[in-house]
Design a protein around this ligand. Structure first.
Ligand code: PMP
Length: 392
């Protein structure tokens, strides 16, 4: 069809630069191994930290919910699409996060957009870490608030921004809890100290910390012992929780406000019963099977130590998110292609997702991987890395 020539030009440029990517469909479920192009490979690209996507308890809960309540909900939450199970899940999440209330959105992405766009006005300022996730950046773009960006995890720069923000009605500091491309943990304890000193609110996006950090995977706030001192916690139900969705856990008044003003919440149909029931069961699994989180961390340490021993650069990673930084964008994609050829699925990630010159293959091990699978993956990283001159 004609009409998109203006986009085609840019696509051709991407092909020349080696940054054009095709989607890679899985022909299996999301496990420690997946089938791609008819071949079984070790999965190191998913966010399925605890292997919950295929956990029998979640699958059973989803099936039972479909049989009892059907496939869809037929309405947005505020009209006719709130089922008792939606409210039950929100109560469970609030309890889990030690907050007064919580609200589920269709995704982690729309949670950030919905919260930020609802609570900030032109008389407020939002102060954001330079490496925050795209959904935070887009959420900020939707507001008319003043914006300041502080250098990544740089507390002096954050303090500078706070000092310059005295005249605003509200100051909101927003940060990822675990940074999705580097796997480092935000210094939330220091952020909270500064927030208290300069009378600012704190919002943390725990997409990669929910189910990973803190007691039973409660997230970074719990990890730092900051319960009750962080105003807004965003979590995702799509990563360690294994299903789909996002949520915000906070005070009753903020949640009531979002029920009236959170646009993605207001104007998009509620989660189907299968999703809601599986998420509910997942939180129960987090509470009852803490050994999954122990296994995740044990596997992450084994794999990271192995990469470092081989001479790879894993940057600042402190969590199971482990980048293998190669620098050049085309090289990161070549590396990823070679890994796939040899039996490991680990995606190359380049600009604009990460800064130019810091392209990488990002890995995430899960609790599902066996040590044998991880050792096999390390052997493949060694072979591909040496062939491409990334390690010697
Ligand atoms: N925040 C962060 C930090 C993320 O990494 C992601 C997922 N890429 C999201 C939010 C969005 O979450 P979801 O996939 O549930 O929309």
């Amino acid at each position: 069809m004609k009409g998109f020539e203006y986009l085609q030009e840019e696509l051709e440029q991407m092909k020349e630069q080696g940054t054009f990517r095709k989607l890679i469909p899985l022909e299996s479920d999301q496990g420690s191994k997946v089938v791609i192009n008819g071949k079984e490979v070790i999965q190191l690209s998913s966010n399925n930290y605890l292997g919950l996507t295929t956990h029998p308890r979640l699958v059973k809960a989803a099936l039972e919910a479909v049989e009892k309540y059907g496939a869809g909900t037929g309405s947005v939450r505020t009209i006719a699409g709130t089922f008792t199970m939606h409210e039950q899940l929100e109560e469970k999440l609030a309890k889990f996060k030690h907050t007064e209330a919580s609200l589920v959105f269709q995704s982690g992405f729309t949670t950030n957009q919905g919260v930020l766009s609802a609570i900030l006005s032109p008389e407020d300022v939002v102060i954001s870490d330079a490496l925050n996730h795209a959904s935070i950046i887009d959420g900020i773009r939707l507001t008319k608030a003043a914006r300041k960006v502080y250098k990544h995890v740089d507390m002096e720069d954050l303090e500078r921004a706070l000092k310059e923000s005295g005249e605003y009605r509200k100051r909101l500091i927003v940060t990822d809890g675990v940074f999705s491309m580097d796997g480092n943990i935000a210094p939330l304890d220091k952020i909270v100290e500064l927030a208290e000193k300069y009378d600012a609110l704190v919002m943390v996006d725990d997409a990669h910390a929910s189910g990973v950090l803190g007691e039973n995977g409660r997230g970074t706030v719990n990890h730092f012992g900051l319960d009750g001192r962080v105003h807004i916690q965003v979590g995702t139900l799509s990563k360690a929780v294994g299903v789909l969705g996002g949520y915000v856990a906070s005070s009753r008044s903020l949640i009531d406000y979002l029920i009236h003003k959170g646009r993605p919440f207001l104007f998009s149909t509620s989660h189907p019963p299968a999703v809601t029931a599986a998420c509910d069961e997942a939180i129960q699994v987090l509470l009852e099977e803490p050994e999954l989180i122990e296994k995740l961390w044990d596997n992450a340490k084994f794999f990271k130590d192995g990469l470092l021993k081989l001479g790879f650069n894993t940057g600042e990673s402190q969590t199971p998110v482990t980048p293998v930084i190669v620098g050049d964008e085309a090289l990161s994609h070549k590396f990823s292609d070679k890994l796939l050829e040899y039996g490991v699925f680990a995606q190359g990630i380049a600009f604009p997702t990460v800064a130019k010159g810091l392209a990488r293959v990002r890995t995430i091990v899960t609790a599902q991987h066996s040590k044998e699978e991880l050792q096999e993956a390390l052997d493949i990283f060694e072979k591909a890395g040496k062939e491409l001159g990334i390690i010697s």
